[in-house]
Write a protein that binds this ligand. Structure first.
Ligand code: FES
Length: 361
C-alpha cells in the first residue's frame, strides 16, 4: 500500500472480558476470552511501554469490566509510568471508595462511567444486575468527591431513547464534563438483540432535535457527543477514523486488533503481542494493512467525494450485513448494500420483537 502510516494515538486495552453486567447491547464478541487466557500484570505493563514507545498518547482501560481485574491499580500505575494518559471505562461495579482513592494515587487521569438507564428499574433491567444502579450512583458521588474528570457514557436504544433529556440532566447532576450519547452499534452480542434494540425513526428524529437543543443550551457547561443510529444515517461514519489510522485495540489475551469487532472478519488473522512487537504488528501485519488508507477501496468509494471523509465506513458492518468486509458500508445510500440494510430495518421495526432480551450468561 502506498499511503503513509502514522503511529497510533490511542490504544484500547480490553483488560478482561469478565463483567458483572449482561447488557443486551454488548459489542464484545459472542465468545469471550476466559480469565485463564488474560495477560498478566507484567505482560500488560510491557504492552503499555511498547505503546508509549510507538507513539500512543491515550490509553483507554476497558473490558468487560476493568475493575474485575484485581491488579487494576498496578496496571494504572504501570501505564502512568510509561507516560500514557489513562482513561478508565467502567460500569462502576467493583469500584469501592478505597479502590478509587488508590486509582487516584496511582495517577488515573479520567473516568468514563457507563449509564444503562436513568432509573433503577431501567438500568438494572438493561444491565441484568439488580442493585447496579444504586451502586453506580454511589461510585459517581465518590468520583466527584475525588475530583476525577468524568464522562458519562450512555448507550441508547428503543427502550431508553425517549429518556434522552433525563439522561443529559443526569450527566449534569453527576458533575460530568462530557456525555457521550451513542445509539447502539450492532456488533458482537448486540446483533443477537438487534430487533429488540432498534429504535424507531420517530424516536430518532425526536432525539436528534433534543440533542441539538441541549447542545446550544448547555454550551460551556456540558459537552455532548451524539452518535446517531447507523441504520438511519445516509452515509457511514469513518469507523476508527479509518482502519489502522489512529487507534488499535488489544484484547484480553494480547491479540492486537484494528477495531473491537475485527475478529468477525474470518479471512483476517491477527497477531498477538506476546509473539510479535506491537510496532511490528501496527506497521506490517497483513490484518492492519488489509483496509488501511484508501488504495483498497472499491470503485464506488474511490470515485466518491466522501472517500477521504469516511474511508468506505465500517468493515465489520459490511461483513455483518453483507458477508463481505471489502464492500462499501451498507449504511451508504449510494451502495447496493443499502437495500439489504433497509430490509433489515424494516424487519426490525415492524416485526413483533421477542418480548425479552437475550442476556449473556
Ligand atoms: Fe470494525 Fe468498524 S467495528 S471497522
Amino acid at each position: 500500500m502506498s499511503d503513509r502510516v502514522d503511529p497510533p494515538m490511542a490504544m484500547l486495552a480490553e483488560l478482561t472480558h469478565r463483567c458483572p453486567l449482561a447488557c443486551p447491547y454488548c459489542s464484545n464478541p459472542t465468545e469471550l476470552t476466559g480469565k485463564e487466557r488474560e495477560l498478566s500484570t507484567e505482560a500488560w505493563a510491557d504492552v503499555f511501554r511498547q505503546a508509549a514507545a510507538l507513539g500512543v498518547l491515550q490509553l483507554h482501560l476497558s473490558g468487560g469490566e476493568p475493575a474485575s481485574r484485581r491488579d487494576l491499580v498496578e496496571l494504572v500505575a504501570a501505564a502512568r509510568e510509561a507516560g500514557l494518559y489513562t482513561n478508565l471505562i467502567t460500569s462502576g461495579i467493583g469500584l469501592t471508595e478505597r479502590r478509587l482513592k488508590e486509582l487516584d494515587e496511582a495517577g488515573l487521569d479520567h473516568v468514563q462511567l457507563s449509564l444503562q438507564g436513568v432509573t433503577a428499574a431501567m438500568a438494572d433491567r438493561i444491565g441484568g444486575y439488580k442493585g447496579g444502579f444504586d451502586r453506580k450512583m454511589h461510585v459517581a458521588r465518590v468520583i466527584a468527591d475525588i475530583g476525577f474528570p468524568l464522562t458519562l457514557n450512555a448507550v441508547m436504544h428503543r427502550a431508553n431513547l425517549d429518556d434522552l433529556q433525563a439522561t443529559i440532566s443526569m450527566a449534569q447532576h453527576l458533575g460530568a464534563r462530557r456525555i457521550e450519547i451513542a445509539c447502539v452499534q450492532f456488533q458482537g452480542w448486540a446483533l443477537i438483540n438487534r430487533a429488540q434494540l432498534q429504535p424507531s425513526r420517530a424516536q430518532v428524529d425526536v432525539a436528534k432535535a433534543a440533542v441539538a437543543k441541549a447542545v446550544e443550551e448547555l454550551r460551556g457547561a456540558l459537552v455532548i457527543d451524539f452518535v446517531p443510529p447507523d441504520y438511519y444515517s445516509d452515509f457511514p461514519k469513518a469507523c476508527m477514523n479509518g482502519w489502522g489510522s489512529t487507534g488499535l485495540n488489544v484484547s484480553p489475551d494480547g491479540t492486537v486488533l484494528p477495531c473491537h469487532a475485527a475478529e468477525t472478519i474470518p479471512q483476517l488473522s491477527f497477531e498477538n503481542v506476546q509473539d510479535l512487537p506491537l510496532s511490528e504488528i501496527w506497521y506490517n501485519s497483513p490484518a492492519f494493512n488489509a483496509y488501511r488508507g484508501t488504495d483498497w477501496l472499491p470503485e464506488l468509494c474511490q470515485t466518491c467525494d466522501r472517500r477521504d471523509i469516511d474511508f468506505g465506513g465500517c468493515r465489520c458492518q459490511a461483513m455483518a450485513v453483507l458477508g463481505n468486509a471489502a464492500a462499501p458500508d451498507p449504511v451508504c445510500r449510494k451502495s447496493e448494500g443499502r437495500a439489504v440494510l433497509d430490509a433489515l430495518l424494516e424487519q426490525d421495526v415492524h416485526e413483533i420483537a421477542a418480548p425479552e432480551y437475550v442476556y449473556r450468561r
